[in-house]
Design a protein around this ligand. Sequence first.
Ligand code: ADP
Ligand code: TRP
Length: 319
Amino acid sequence: MRILSGIQPTGRLHIGNYFGMMEPAIRLQDEGEAFYFIADYHSLTSVADPAVLRENVFNVAVDFLACGLDPAKAVFFKQSGVPEVTELSWILSTVTPMGLLERCHSYKDKTARGMEASHGLFAYPVLMAADILIYDSNIVPVGDDQKQHLEVTRDIAMKLNHRYGDVLTIPEARIREDKAKVPGLDGQKMSKSYKNIIEIFGEEKPLRKRIMGIETDSTPLEAPKNPEGSIIVDLYRLFATPDEVAAMEADYRAGGIGYGEFKKRLFEAYWGYFAPMRAKREELLAAPENVEEVLAAGALRARELASRTLARVRAAVGL
Ligand code: ADP
Ligand code: TRP
């Protein structure tokens, strides 16, 4: 079984990225042949500063390794380390119906939020399909918001297979049932572009302040409170044991405890959860050249597999 996933280096990683994609991907590295990459070609649609792009790529690499990606088990690389993927993307684009891309939410959402309506942004799902198909991937662990892109990938692969025979492996999305849609501090989906994130790694003080700043209603301290739909409880659930969650829910209902206390509990649970990974991150930062080496070695291995698939596709289509 081959497992593949990618993440864009568009900013600091947040706990939505962690629970939606990184943690499942890290678990899967023990179950098959895993390929994980940093989607730097994709992020050219939104990051215009080369220095920022390089810094983001490095940070994503360090954070992913700190969270438990093991380069002895998974092949870890930069998307641009395998330029073959852009050639496959072109070939796929010739069998991709315009209507398929026109229906994609992410293009509409991103342009509605003011991102430049470039061809790259529009064709983004085709490059993503190439990322997946070039490694003959079977399973793609992603958060809920990438579901449509996986459907598009399958459609494109079937279209090419229909025209040229059985050339491409049809992949499947692996979307976890819990935690696939982590809410942000404002209750909307947590996303870098909504400024509602809790970073995985960051300074303690500002992060504590962000969590203590979660908006709550004006129920007085003594009064019973409703845990249903409370963003504090929903976030706490990500880090706490079921017993701890039940205790917080009971304390909500009992009254006599203010939201400030619940936020403190949330912060402690969050901070403790990532403590071992923070320590690992410090180690990695002490020898940044090792991180670069991991990515370079990963690209070599990924490239080998990608060239084989590309050769097969080129032959099938008559190039
Ligand atoms: P963002 O929306 O912050 O820009 P990305 O689009 O870069 O995040 O997502 C990277 C990965 O993290 C994808 O697999 C995506 O599905 C997952 N992901 C992002 N936000 C969330 C969230 N709030 N809950 C669960 N998974 C998420
Ligand atoms: N589009 C994904 C995101 O924004 C990143 C990505 C690019 C990806 N190529 C991929 C994810 C291939 C899984 C498989 O999060």
